[in-house]
Design a protein. Structure first.
Ligand code: SF4
Length: 474
């Protein structure tokens, strides 16, 4: 049997044909974990194996590995805090996921809009090329297993179980009709019924042509309606920018000194065609947002230099909110402010989140700030997330030695119970040439020989609490 041959010798060549294609798919599907959402939260952004390498000036063969294979899910309505020492790759992650930097490798999926709202070119290309892609998959399976897995994932995310249908013309026609740009959109009044019609058509193709029902069910679970941000064209990504905004660290350099507050806040809505011109409607919108952000509407004609640091940061927040985003990266959004102003801005961000059901990725090196605002916290070290959990779990029971050391550095006001501060010896290793095994082993007080040789897996140690360590703290 073709299946037995493939499992015995995975690099053996396979002849073409529907039966062998089914066997290839079955084999590849076995190596992909079926996603499980045990907490029933809606994922808004899903990052997989994200790598961001920057070339070193003067040496094209050396790279600064700012992000080195990050897997992360951000749930709708949560604030995910990201903490770590300067230079660990937090800001790079935030900017790469917004596609401000083109990632070196990996994928970022966005679930805040249906795929039909964009119908990206890479999707319609895959649909049109289905027969050729299937042949390519058979070829790659015998020559390049990793590339075959990548292509398999691309195909199965789109077609699910219909990948097994020999009736390619029918599948292609159904998909192109559903996804063709201009025919469907999230705002279309009939988009719900169109989706139902499409699903009914998929079911009927499957019933009439797919014989391997078990495999069909498995592949259906791998179907994914996320928009792959890393594959979008410039204009497609531009259409999504209104959903995904950023608040920068420096409230001084991030505002154009030649523009008034009204122009700064109104620029986004105009660019995204919320309004047809600089009329009264736009001005009303800008003043409403200013008020929500604690800025008096009469300030609309002032320039940034006429404001204090805290007020400028409010302008930055208002600029992000003006396009009704769903997701905001707050990149050290309060680090440049006085402590009293920090708390005002944090409270404002929390209020706005509740009011507009926003999702934040809140980047900071300050654990007290992160603790105050976050629902979950991710800890980064040298380009990787080493621990992630609910905020209270991280503070009550850190599992990773690096998190333990960071927490011990938070100053305490309790003089009866002084803290046992853990001093991390040595410097952070170079991200150009990180240490073998666990990247933290050069500074870890629990290091073992295993840590120096083998990279620890990022795994779920306790429910909802993930860490990458061979000897998690208990
Ligand atoms: S794997 Fe080893 S070196 Fe790395 S954090 Fe855990 S105990 Fe420390």
């Amino acid at each position: 049997m073709a299946q037995a041959v493939i499992n015995k010798n995975k690099t053996a060549s396979v002849s073409s044909g529907a039966e062998n294609f089914s066997a290839v798919v079955s084999d590849l599907a076995g190596s992909v974990p079926v996603p499980v959402n045990e907490n029933n939260k809606k994922t808004l952004i899903s990052i997989r194996n994200l790598k961001q390498y920057f070339p070193v000036k003067g040496n094209k063969n050396m790279f600064v590995k700012a992000n080195d294979g990050i897997d992360l899910d951000i749930f709708e309505g949560e604030t995910l805090g990201l903490v770590g020492e300067s230079g660990c790759g937090k800001s790079t992650l935030g900017r790469t996921l917004l596609q401000l930097y083109a990632p070196t490798e990996g994928r970022t999926f966005y679930y805040g809009k249906p795929l039909t709202a964009i119908s990206p070119k890479n999707l319609t290309d895959i649909i049109k090329e289905l027969p050729a892609e299937k042949q390519e998959l058979i070829k790659l399976f015998s020559t390049d297993r990793k590339a075959a897995q990548e292509l398999f994932l691309d195909l199965v995310r789109v077609f699910g179980g219909l990948l097994l249908s020999p009736n390619e013309d029918e599948v292609t026609a159904a998909y192109l009709e559903y996804y063709s740009e201009g025919k469907t959109s999230e705002d279309s009044p009939d988009s719900g019924s169109r989706a139902e019609t499409f699903e009914a058509r998929r079911r009927s193709i499957a019933d009439s042509s797919v014989t391997d029902k078990d495999n069909f069910k498995r592949l259906e679970k791998l179907r994914d309606e996320g928009i792959d941000l890393t594959r979008l064209t410039y204009n497609e990504m531009r259409r999504l920018r209104r959903d995904m905004q950023i608040i920068f660290q420096d409230p001084y350099s991030s505002l154009n000194p030649r523009m008034t507050v009204g122009q700064i806040i109104g620029e986004g809505p105009l660019a995204h065609e919320f309004f047809t011109g600089e009329g009264e409607a736009l001005q009303d919108h800008v003043m409403k947002i200013m008020e929500e952000c604690g800025l008096a509407p009469y300030m609309i004609h002032r320039y940034p230099h006429q404001f204090s640091g805290g007020q400028r940061q409010r302008i930055g927040i208002a600029r992000s909110l003006a396009v009704n985003p769903k997701f905001i990266v707050c990149d050290e959004a309060v680090s440049a402010l006085d402590v009293s102003i920090q708390s005002q801005i944090l409270n404002l961000l929390s209020e706005l989140k509740e009011k507009s059901n926003l999702t934040y990725l809140f980047i900071s090196h300050d654990l007290s700030v992160i603790k105050y605002i976050s629902d979950r916290i991710g800890v980064m070290y040298l380009g990787n997330i080493v621990e992630i959990a609910r905020s209270e779990d991280i503070f009550k029971k850190p599992l990773h030695p690096y998190t333990e050391a960071l927490l011990s550095a938070i100053p305490t006001t309790n003089i009866d119970k002084p803290k046992n501060q853990i001093i991390l010896e040595g410097d952070i290793p170079s991200p150009i040439n990180p240490p073998k095994g666990c990247k933290f082993h050069t500074r870890c007080r629990y290091v073992s020989s295993e840590c120096k040789e083998t990279e620890p897996l990022f795994r779920e140690v306790e429910p909802g609490h993930f860490a990458a360590c061979h000897h998690c703290l208990t």
